[in-house]
Design a protein around this ligand. Sequence first.
Ligand code: PLP
Length: 302
Amino acid sequence: MNNAMQIESALNLTLPSPVLPFSPNWPGAEKVTMHIKRDDLIHPVISGNKWRKLKYTFRALPPACKHIMSFGGGYSNHLHACAYLCMRNNIAMTAMVRGDYSHNLTPMLHDLKNWGTRVQFVDKKTYQRRTEPGYLAHLHQQYPHTFIVPEGGSHAPALQGVAELLSENPQTFDHVLVPVGSGATLAGLITALKPPQSAIGIAVLKGKGYLEDLVRGLLPREYTDKNWSIAHDYHGGGYGKAPSSLVEFCNLFTTEFEIPIEPVYSGKLMFAVKEMLRTGYFPDNSRLLLLHTGGMQGARPS
Ligand SMILES: *Cc1c(COP(=O)(O)O)cnc(C)c1O
């Protein structure tokens, strides 16, 4: 057991996360069987897909690594999870945050400061360079012995962590549904499908074509487009945009089913599922697995 694994066991993660039957009183829901996998219950901070994506990143860190850098917005679930893991692993962290929140820190950024994370605010133009090799080389030069985790924790080791989740529980399914931001969670699920299973991503931002390319870019070469797709009708106007109807839906859902959801990710997923059921998207008797990816930073009161 390496150090990262010892720390993992001290985190008391709720794994496997539970899979619960879900039978809402929604038009069309009577024709299918649904379950929700509650990855939101894995840990209060390192919840959902951010734990899945960071698990092998931390396990595989070179021993010489003393510092992690990563990127995200002021409400980033990824920076929150990554910073907490760095604190627990005794690794310094610098968070490159898009925009200047220095005069009004978000609750997420307050947590980072309390955990000893160095927060660096960067303008939009600099932030756009976050995947450029030249920029990353410059950061490496400036900060030696640093491991740079891409935005969202979305790189190859993330796929393995995500793939594991589909074999944790005995329930079977035909379609797994998941919100899509950077695509790594969807890509990880695709690698774990057993034909004829399929994965359906719900885009949380305007990204027709772009999101598909991100997913293809993360997938190992042998995977084709056959058993997955992304639905682009449910982003609600863009990333972080939440029409009042969506906010209302999230509040009602949270009260009725006692499963907290928020409008940035899980709310868009559940809203999409409700619409798809109403319009008969799924063949009768389909078995759906809805992945609650956790992450409530977008819903914390300031
Ligand atoms: C980051 C995040 C996503 C998006 O995952 P990707 O792998 O970037 O597509 C979905 N849900 C929640 C709750 C998240 O925090």
